[in-house]
Design a protein around this ligand. Sequence first.
Ligand SMILES: Nc1ncnc2c1ncn2[C@@H]1O[C@H](COP(=O)(O)OP(=O)(O)OP(=O)(O)O)[C@@H](O)[C@H]1O
Length: 424
Amino acid sequence: LSPEGAQNQVTENKKSNPFVATSLILIFIVLDVIAFVLVLLLLRAYWESKKSGKRDERKLDIENNKDERPLEHHDDSLNRGAASEERGKLEFFSEERGFELGDLLKASADALGKGNFGACYKAVLGNGTSVVVKRLKDLAPSTGDEFATHIRALSALKHPNLLSFLAFYNNRDERLLVHRFARNGNLFDRIHAGRGENRRGENRVPFKWHSRLQVARGVARAMAYLHVNSNSPTAAPHGNLKSSNVLLDENDMPRVSDYGYSSIISTSAAVQRMAVYRSPEYQHRRRVSKKSDVWTYGSLLLELLSGKASCLSYPGGERGIDLCNWVHVAVREEWTAEIFDAEIAAQRNASQDMLKLLQIALRCCEKSPEQRPEMVDVMRSVEGIAARESGDDESSDRSSVDDHSGSTNGSGISVEYNRKFVSI
Ligand SMILES: Nc1ncnc2c1ncn2[C@@H]1O[C@H](COP(=O)(O)OP(=O)(O)OP(=O)(O)O)[C@@H](O)[C@H]1O
């Protein structure tokens, strides 16, 4: 119905019947409104599908290895800042020192993704070694020396379940961290890839209870280790624990990454983007502490157990659910069985252990920080499940908690930190 046609008909009808003319005008207006709403709905559906596809597209790009340009070509500013005459050297923290900054920039590289604190690239060096280069952004104002001191302190933390630092680069324009590449990607993708709306899960490798428990145990050890070696009463030793910051090596052993950033990132960026700032105590009292880390660990356990995406894991938290709240409601309403991911719920011989892990998670997610357990106690509870499940006695299981840099006093947690040995 064209506007001219409608107008002519209206003029004709006006002469014969004023009621018919008014009805035609009304119909014309209603049709216009419906068309407008339809266009709006279509635009919204297009926008939503683009957003949900982003993560998968990024993964696909990496898997297909489409972009193999040298690192320096991925980012012009990286090239400009680092290729100048006075660009300086990498500082190494490990035995693997067979490369220099120039080798890194020329190595064939893939963009792994942009996180909250910078972009990550996987670079393959001439000798075939794969490393990850993280280019930091939104740093707190600090001198190069302050930054270097902080990174050196972080690199002294050595534990089999922490992602270690290989080297770093520090000049006025550019700050880069170099880590080992974790071959099996991150825990978020391990839990959620190939499932959910619009996905049929054809390529999904099932993530069974035993592997999930192994991850829960490894992350608890890494977190307890960080807590034992942190002296600050006001900071969360990790600060940003979430499933995308738990990387999996070739044996699916977890390596916790992105720890200790709170003092190198600007306060506003930290408050907006770090996981601990979403804890109940930050909402009410504007304070975070070690117990905020315990809360993030509880949320991670709930994600592992339920297979549901947590809003902590999504950038900006714009998707996913508040798992702590959801599970508390589920337990109150007595539909606990609904909590467990279908992929593990069928493993009936492990159901008691799943319930135990759920109880630990709920204690970690207590609203009041004072009521949450200490991270070391959480680790011991999770190890209790592991020892029973594998039939090992506790002492033999404990040996794997040891770090690689020194002896322990029997608790299994120790560290060489600033050349002083601290243990509990
Ligand atoms: N050492 C690594 N090995 C393998 N993949 C890595 C490594 N480091 C980072 N990644 C991957 O690179 C991507 C970007 O990581 P990054 O840490 O920058 O962001 P994020 O974890 O998504 O968010 P945030 O910045 O809040 O930690 C993620 O998919 C992450 O799993």
